[in-house]
Design a protein around this ligand. Sequence first.
Ligand code: PGA
Length: 257
Amino acid sequence: MNRRYRKTIIAGNWKMNNTLSQMKAFADEIRPIMPKSKACTVVLCVPATNIQAAARMFKDCHIAIGAENCHYEDHGAFTGEVTTEMIKEAGAKYVIIGHSERRMYYNETDFAINKKVIAALKTELIPIVCVGESLEQRELGVTMEHIAYQVKCAFANVPADDARKVVIAYEPIWAIGTGRTATAEQAGEVCEGIRAVIRKIYGAHVARSVTIQYGGSMNARNAAELLMQPDVDGGLIGGASLKPADFVEIINAANQE
Ligand code: PGA
């Protein structure tokens, strides 16, 4: 990471875990052990039903709240969906967009992801845009081509002033929830490649201010090494963000680097 130019952000992705009462138990457990250092920004992306309570519950320990998805329209007949404005009013500051589970299970396309990024920015929510290759793509040697394509689609029609606010999460699909983490070199290499794509579109100034996270089985043991890579500016953490002590250890690692 490089704190001189960009924020380090450790974000939890709870996915479909934790009811309101389970979240309260998590908050009670993390509150006394949250580090005082503000060197890195800490975010928890929670189920939509928890956002409002989470914003209140985690305020005193300086954890910002994010949603895990949004719709791109600002109202209308889309049963079961929520708008960026709804998310924002509920108290979220961030929103995960294009997670591989949404791309895979809900057929989210790069086109829809681009529209969601634009909608989030319009509402002044910070998008955390997920990109990543499958195992097949890695083995075929097309990782960077695939990721460059995803990044270019996500940023289409996003002006430079907005682009600098977007967080990108590099999440190799084969590393998500599998316990199989990318090596620090693999993570560093792709994050550097992503920054080069941003540089090509927006120039060096924007490229060096964009936060690029790594995600995929990041945990208390491997976080420090991954975060040592100059282009890895934080993490998007699934499983380990459900355990307060593990999540805090990752935050500590990010504070120390
Ligand atoms: P994981 O999930 O840390 O459990 O691998 C990461 C993610 O899906 O964002």
